[in-house]
Ligand binder design. Structure first.
Ligand SMILES: *Cc1c(COP(=O)(O)O)cnc(C)c1O
Length: 328
């Protein structure tokens, strides 16, 4: 199926399918960010989603659509952490065998959560791409079904359900600011929003350190990047090889911006202090983009997707404390 064949209908079907497993998440007004940006700003809280990230939406849609013999064989995935946790959670509920490949870069808090759910966890390689290579081999050897973290029509449609919820809760939405890595999240949301109303501005946010999709957009083709350590560990990893998301992002995303490690930390501290929200680095990049005025031509009804909250609490407190001292 070419990328252009994923439609709004697939996203509606996904919504129906995943309703028993993934929650509809709250959309809250942020007075603090509204003041900063001088327009109403809303936060879409996927950090309070089941498994603490939106990844459960795509994982549920994919696993619930497996054929009986595929369920029998079991699934394998590679993940920067949150997708692995989501796949494990859903597989466990559906009694499907799950193998999760993680690189050494995945934080321990994420690895432990996956193991607790009962998946078979294998830590291999220094980067996401190295873990992916090993996963591809294992998948072939053992006849498992690969559950790709972003480059899969069912996964993209699952994440796109967030777009439907945004349209429902904020019908006037004219700007969507969304964390961007492999592009399953941004691709699904942008597809839903742009199909409903082409005038809605879609802005993807990545970290300065190794933004694979942004580099690829600039080059006009999928390029390899060097993975670097980042506080936004949920955004780490390359996008090659790529069948679906690069095309969708190229087609439906208006603009991309980059945020620094400092800015991401500032946004995590902001979310904790002002909103009492636990947000991981990857989940905070949209807030950072607004907080540090990276987005040009903001509309009048802005929604920011806060994509996840899986962060080591002592690290978060340290970041908050550091930022408090800086502010004084
Ligand atoms: C996976 C992830 C992203 C990026 O999603 P893509 O579909 O890869 O672009 C953003 N935030 C969090 C918390 C994630 O886990």
């Amino acid at each position: 199926m070419p990328a252009s064949n994923i439609t709004l209908r697939d996203i509606y079907l996904a919504r129906q399918k995943i309703a028993p497993i993934a929650n509809k998440t709250p959309l809250i007004h942020s007075g603090w960010l509204a003041e900063r940006a001088d327009v109403p700003v809303y936060l879409k809280l996927e950090n309070v989603q089941e498994t603490c990230s939106f990844k459960i939406r795509g994982a549920a849609n994919k696993l619930l659509n497996l054929a009986p013999d595929e369920r029998e064989r079991g699934v394998i995935t590679v993940s920067s952490g949150n997708h692995g946790r989501a796949v494990s959670y859903v597989a466990c509920r559906l009694k499907i065998r799950a193998v999760v490949l993680l690189s050494e870069a995945v934080p321990e808090v994420k690895r432990r959560a996956i193991q607790k759910l009962g998946a078979e966890v294998i830590v291999r390689g220094e980067t996401y791409d190295q873990a992916m290579e090993h996963a591809s081999r294992l998948q072939k050897d053992q006849g498992l079904v690969m559950i790709h973290p972003f480059d899969d029509p069912l996964v993209i449609a699952g994440q796109g359900v967030i777009g439907l919820e945004l349209l429902e809760d904020l019908p006037e939405i004219d700007t969507a600011i969304v964390p961007l890595s492999g592009g399953g999240l941004m691709g699904g949301i942008a597809l839903a929003l742009k199909t409903a109303h082409p005038g809605i501005r879609t802005v993807g946010v990545s970290m300065e350190r190794g933004p694979a999709m942004v580099e690829s957009l600039r080059a006009g083709r999928v390029v390899d990047i060097v993975e670097q350590p980042t506080i936004a560990d949920g955004l780490a990893g390359g996008i090659a090889p790529n069948i679906y998301t690069f095309d969708i992002i190229q087609k439906y995303v208006d603009d991309t911006v980059l945020v620094s490690e400092e800015e991401i930390a500032g946004a995590m501290a902001f979310a904790l202090e002002k909103h009492h929200l636990v947000v991981e680095g990857a989940g905070a990049v949209g807030i950072a983009a607004l907080l540090y005025e990276k987005v040009e031509r903001l509309g009048q009804h802005v929604a920011v997707v806060v994509s996840g909250g899986n962060v080591d609490l002592s690290l978060l407190l340290e970041i908050a404390e550091r930022n408090r001292r800086k502010d004084k």
